[in-house]
Design a binder for this molecule. Sequence first.
Ligand code: ASP
Length: 329
Amino acid sequence: MKNVAILATGGTIAGVSYSPTDTTGYHSAVLSIDEIVQTIGPLKAVANITCEQIAQIDSADMSHATWLQLANRINTLLKQPEIDGVVITHGTDTMEETAYFLNLVVKSDKPVVLVGAMRPATAISSDGPMNLYNAVILASSSAARGKGVLVALNDTINSSRDVTKTNTALQDTFKAPELGYLGYIIDGHPHFYRLPIRKHTYMTEFEIEGVAELPQVEIIYGHVNDNGALAYAAAEAGAKGLVYAGLGNGNMSEHMKKVLSDLQRRGIIVVRSTRVGNGVVTRNGAINDDRYDFIAADTLNPQKAQILLMLALLETTKPAEIQRIFWMY
Ligand code: ASP
């Protein structure tokens, strides 16, 4: 049997409610991972499982410190020849961010799978047990090797780069809206249909061993009549980079062009993403990036562009280099 380590961080998969019919009013992050695993009998036949409680939080409270701790622990575990894969239990609200961060800094081709639940463990038809069972199957599977960090809920397999939470309450929430699932997990078997082609995990240039904190990068949400106050406030608060969740193809008003290029000249790196939810932010498309020294986020949503920019800033502050990084990952 394969050996899978489950690293638990809390979330709804560890949540409890007063009533079995409550699916949104509940306490997140209550049950320990040992308690959860004990309730899923069929797991014993899938893999030898070891459990570690890394955190016990609602994923709204996920932090860079916990990301660094988690990533370092995963790298240590996956260096051990006897460990075949890792599962991380996590709240769904920020799962896509943790997954993409790990996708960029885990140094192994062994499977790493994030899983959670939309219904607490106490709900009728809670999705947690089947989701966790499927995640352990995926982490034990040689088919999942070399495909980057994966997100597996609701019988689907998603690439951490492209996946996003698309519904506030339904179980069918994790999707890569236009790019699609990588596959499904049905009756205990992963079925893959496509591959992520952007570089990930063991192929990246990012090294977090010894890194104590990540550079401050803020996200500014574009809207009509934006006066730039939040962008200036972010600079004032010490931001080293800004991600602009722009209009359409990362577009912005004449006023915001002045605000952001002013901040760029003061040494703050500006990445243009979009509030649209799908599609490419193209370099020199809606905005002349060459003129302003801005960076186009490609298809990364603002919260993922923020993560890539933080890691890029550990290496360089050159806009051309950072643009290369955005096209690579
Ligand atoms: N608020 C919860 C969390 O992100 C939601 C969930 O896990 O589904 O921790």
